[in-house]
Design a protein around this ligand. Sequence first.
Ligand code: SF4
Ligand code: SF4
Length: 189
Amino acid sequence: MKRWCTDLWEGFWTVLIGMKVTWRHLFTRSVTLQYPDVKWQLPPRTRMRLFMKYEDCIGCGQCVRACPVSCIYLKAEKRPTTEPAIFAANGQPIKLDVHVFDIDMSLCCYCNLCTYPCPTDCIYMTPEYEFATTDLTHHLYHFAKNDAKFLTVNPKAAAAPPKPAPPAPPAAPAPGAPPTPPPASPAGA
Ligand code: SF4
Ligand code: SF4
């Protein structure tokens, strides 16, 4: 009988302790979100999935050389000189045709090193993090495209030159200074 009462009391006491913890958390601010219905607003410089704006890539390969895990694959060849000139958004002439530009995000370590040397700032990390998949081949992103619309006018050359500054008004004479003589008339006038 004594053993039965002890077990009953311990069971009751355990429930009381659990309810105490529950009760305490009823009045504390939640630190979790109901993901995926609610999501954190990530800072714009968050390092998540890479993106490459194909229309601005000049095929220089600097991102490929900077990548420590070699997960960027690039194939480019010289553009025929008979083709019209095309330009990146910052005015860099595009002299190579980029046929392949793939990034394997399953190998990427999100170090961001590929973005720094890019002369046209066309490769950058985005706050996009919802790209989990059970098939790793889905992490091989192809950025080269056939229907890309390139700039055919150099945006730098097209920029309007800055307007010259208006001439400064003549300075007022200092108090007590003799008045400035009028300009001499031309001889014979
Ligand atoms: S973030 Fe780092 S690992 Fe990923 S592609 Fe760029 S350089 Fe390579
Ligand atoms: S560094 Fe920039 S411009 Fe050069 S190949 Fe990479 S993405 Fe293209």
